[in-house]
Design a protein around this ligand. Structure first.
Ligand code: SAM
Length: 285
């Protein structure tokens, strides 16, 4: 848990644990994905945001589906065998280690979260998996994560690592996120990757007001966080990294999460909410 003297600060640095009167990010996310590990207070957050964005759950699915494709890419094309998954969430059917270890059973994954419910679920799930581990730490305190004895034990930072901040940084409400990410990137060996997905303010007259209304509701909901940043703000989270083009012939940049190397052609238009989630993968030269 983060201390009050931290140089970085965000509401989610104080995990809510099993307090049923406070919404937890992990449980709200679980509810949005149709999971069973959530309370009425968590579903209330989604209900409030649904008043302006009925497809609010798309935010979670766009994010999770990006994670799946990005892990496949990182393991297969990127040759990555070590993953530091920051803010892993409640384990669902397809988690980082399952995707990576289908390609290489020796791929090592360290999950980091600060929600006690997530840690308890994770440890139970991983009891018999020797190459996957759970660490309880504050992802907005990079040194606490990077210096954690289990992170040091299981990941070799002289070799490439994929650092995942998927669906996490929008819960970081301060404006020094670039500095925070630089601390992580500085610790990575050349050839490492960083994957990010994040709520987006698309900066169009139609969608920007929707993003701002969702942000307002998230910030004042029992969850207390959920920033919709612009692409320019998101680029700052990949300092000194070469962004992988997000599709054939595309400029290296953030793109809509659903449009990052989709599995196939789209047959239906993206919902307004799906146009408020962006993703990118960067490589350290
Ligand atoms: N990365 C997963 C995914 O994309 O499917 C889960 C994303 S979920 C929206 C965000 C996760 O970040 C939650 O499990 C939450 O507990 C965790 N989280 C938020 N703030 C955190 C912090 N300061 N330290 C550690 N974990 C945090």
């Amino acid at each position: 848990m983060g201390s009050t003297t931290s140089k970085y600060d965000a509401p989610s640095m104080v995990p809510v644990g099993v307090d049923p009167t406070r919404a937890s990010i992990a449980r709200v996310y679980d509810a949005a994905l149709g999971g069973k590990d959530n309370y009425a207070i968590d579903r209330e957050v989604l209900r409030q945001v649904a008043t302006v964005a009925p497809e609010v759950n798309d935010l979670a699915w766009s994010n999770r589906n990006f994670l799946t494709r990005a892990i496949r890419f990182l393991t297969d094309q990127g040759g990555i065998r070590q993953f530091l998954d920051c803010g892993s969430g409640l384990p669902t059917a397809e988690n980082t280690h399952q995707i990576a270890q289908r390609i290489d059973e020796h791929a090592r994954v360290v999950y980091v979260d600060n929600d006690p419910v997530v840690i308890a679920h994770g440890e139970a799930l991983l009891e018999e998996n020797e190459v996957t581990h759970f660490v309880s730490a504050d992802i907005f305190e990079p040194q606490d994560v990077l210096q954690h004895p289990l992170v040091r034990k299981y990941l070799d930072f002289t070799k490439p690592v994929a650092l995942l901040q998927v669906g996490t940084l929008h819960h970081y409400t301060s404006d020094n996120g670039a500095e925070l990410m630089r601390e992580y990137v500085d610790a990575l060996a050349p050839g490492s990757f960083v994957a990010i997905s994040h709520f987006l303010d698309p900066e169009t007259p139609e969608l920007s007001p929707l993003a701002r209304r969702m942000e307002e509701l998230f910030l004042h909901s029992p969850m207390g966080s959920g920033m919709f940043r612009t692409k320019a703000q998101l680029r700052e989270f990949l300092p000194g990294l070469e962004i992988i083009p997000p599709g054939p012939g595309e400029e290296p940049d953030f793109t809509l999460s659903d449009m990052w190397w989709p599995d196939g052609p789209r047959l239906r238009p993206l919902s307004p909410v799906e146009q408020c989630s962006a993703a990118a993968v960067g490589r350290k030269p």
